[in-house]
Design a protein around this ligand. Structure first.
Ligand code: NCD
Length: 308
């Protein structure tokens, strides 16, 4: 595989690199299920998680991934960092890089943060754990690993429903789908679709029910209220759920083989009903498990642990 120095987005990966990371991730699922969940792969390596936005799954899974591979892992969140005292992002980045970590995992609300810092920081690999509405590469690798359970992603149709305009997950899937040969359908009210959505070259639906037949995966998204500038996007939660929520009746139309996915966090009763979230077709907790394995693979690839 072409060596990885940083992981900014799915856009930079070629299909062979994606396959390589997924194969390595598969072997790490097994390690996480053992009674003793520890391998020496990253002994002596330091990983810093620097999160400027809230996170449960991504931050914890990067931490667990590093620790299971014996790296030293440090977590910093914006609320406890010196950015609260007025330090710039670049100063924070340079300060942490001066402590010689091997990997800096960054989540930030501004698109392009990781590429920006990588221009100034030397000797540290940077991983994008979500930058604004831009990219979220490790989530997409997680989802692709989950789709391997369905026999792979090739030729499948993934229908992504909800707040597309603020979703880095949707954007990264659109990029991945073009590279890897799966189809993406987008479903949302006009107010939650990005402008010029046609340029993504995918099918767009305003009517959820019309998009269901032929879908292999219904991929539900949270409405990112923290990024909304006004309350203009839909009349009420009840109406949103009615038009764009996934409930048992809608899922029945999709058929028994259709999988339900969600990157989390879920808002039950809004984009997804509880019976569907906890039902037989849901792969939401598999996604979480696979998220740890994928982050183990990414850290290993960046630290050169796969060469040993
Ligand atoms: C997503 C994110 O942060 O982009 N969550 C995640 O990383 N698992 C989606 C979201 O916040 O709704």
């Amino acid at each position: 595989m072409k060596p990885l120095q940083h992981l900014f987005g799915i856009a930079q990966l070629d299909p062979d690199q994606i396959d390589y990371l997924l194969n390595m991730s598969e072997s790490f699922i097994e390690l996480s299920r053992r009674p003793i969940k520890k391998a020496p792969t990253l002994r002596g390596k330091t990983v810093i998680n620097l999160f400027f936005e809230n996170s449960t799954r991504t931050r914890t899974s990067f931490e667990i991934a590093g620790k299971r591979l014996s790296a030293d892992v440090i977590n910093i969140s914006a609320s406890t960092s010196a950015t609260k005292k007025g330090e710039t992002l670049l100063d924070t980045g340079q300060t942490l890089a001066a402590m010689q970590p091997h990997v800096l995992v960054i989540r930030h609300s501004i698109a392009g943060t990781c590429e920006f810092l990588a221009e100034y920081l030397t000797g540290t690999s940077i991983v994008n754990a979500g930058d604004g509405a831009h990219e979220h590469p490790t989530q997409i690798l997680t989802d692709l690993l989950t789709l391997r359970g369905l026999g792979g992603h090739a030729g499948r149709t993934m229908t992504i429903v909800g707040d597309i305009s603020h979703s880095r997950v949707a954007r990264s899937h659109l990029i991945a789908a073009k590279k890897l040969g799966y189809k993406v359908r987008l479903v949302a009210p006009k107010t939650l679709l990005p402008s010029q959505v046609e340029r993504y070259g995918c099918e767009v639906f305003y009517d959820f029910d019309a998009a269901i037949p032929g879908s292999d995966v219904l991929y539900m998204l949270r409405v990112q209220t923290e990024r909304l500038t006004s309350n203009c996007c839909f009349p009420s939660i009840r109406e949103y759920h009615e038009a764009y929520g996934l409930n048992a009746k809608r899922l029945a139309k999709a058929g028994n083989d259709c999988l339900v996915m969600h990157p989390g966090p879920m808002n039950r009763g809004v984009e997804i009903s509880t019976d569907v979230a906890d039902g037989m077709q849901s792969r939401i907790l598999d996604q979480v498990e696979h998220g740890v394995a994928v982050r183990m693979a990414v850290l290993t690839a960046l630290c050169g642990g796969d060469e040993a």
